[in-house]
Design a protein around this ligand. Structure first.
Ligand code: CA
Ligand code: CA
Ligand code: CA
Ligand code: CA
Length: 214
């Protein structure tokens, strides 16, 4: 009588080792992009986030940059064999000299990501699309729901396109993404203006700081 019970436990144990991997499929999202900067684009990046509760290896993931005029990929980034911790961020940049917290510096240094309108990108796991974002309209094969209509216009320093609230994915690009101050490698912010200004020093902090120099 005990043998079938033990067998069931064995099956459950085997399944439990498979389930985290299955859940991991939807846990990596395109969390933030900066596609356009003043003058030549010299600080473009793509930030991924692991929104799940367990570490995910990125080796089987690829990002494809999609041309909105024909739906074809104009670039592909094969992610390396690295583990991204639960809640962690992974930044792919064009130039790690201009993008803080860059984890993977890819070529070219400038004009890596097309500015629209529209264009998009997809995140693939073993060849299947698991997340996508289209900006300045709908890009064939790279749009979830409706493409984001607002744009990173390239006129403001350190302003880009963020998933906000951070990490939340309703599979509606025009709802999930908005123009915000850039935060490569960190949680996305609600701030959307004055992005190149330092965070204001609170009076109490300033008083405490001054006391250090007396
Ligand atoms: Ca660009
Ligand atoms: Ca920008
Ligand atoms: Ca999505
Ligand atoms: Ca961020």
């Amino acid at each position: 009588m005990n043998r079938p019970l033990l067998c069931n436990f064995a099956v459950l144990a085997a399944l439990s080792t498979l389930l985290p991997a299955a859940n991991a499929i939807a846990n990596i999202v395109i969390n933030e992009i900066d596609i356009d900067q003043p003058d030549t684009d010299t600080a473009e990046f793509i930030e991924l986030k692991n929104t799940g509760a367990s570490s995910v290896n990125l080796d089987d993931y690829t990002i494809e940059l999609i041309n909105g005029s024909n739906g074809l990929a104009y670039g592909s980034i094969d992610l390396p064999n690295v583990n991204l911790a639960a809640g962690g961020y992974y930044v792919i940049c064009a130039n790690n000299g201009t993008v803080p917290n860059c984890d993977l510096d890819v070529t070219p240094d400038t004009n890596l990501i097309q500015n629209g309108a529209p264009d998009g990108m997809v995140l693939k796991l073993n060849g299947s699309v698991v997340d996508a974002v289209s900006y300045e309209g709908d890009t064939a094969g790279a749009t979830e729901g409706t493409g984001m209509l607002l744009t990173d216009d390239g006129l403001n320093i350190q302003q880009g396109i963020s998933r906000f609230p951070d990490g939340v994915d309703t599979n509606q690009n025009n709802i999930d993404f908005s123009v915000r101050c850039t935060t490569p490698g960190a949680a996305n912010t609600a701030l959307s203006a004055g992005c190149d200004q330092p965070v204001a020093i609170q009076p109490t902090t300033w008083t405490a700081g001054k006391s250090l120099y007396r």
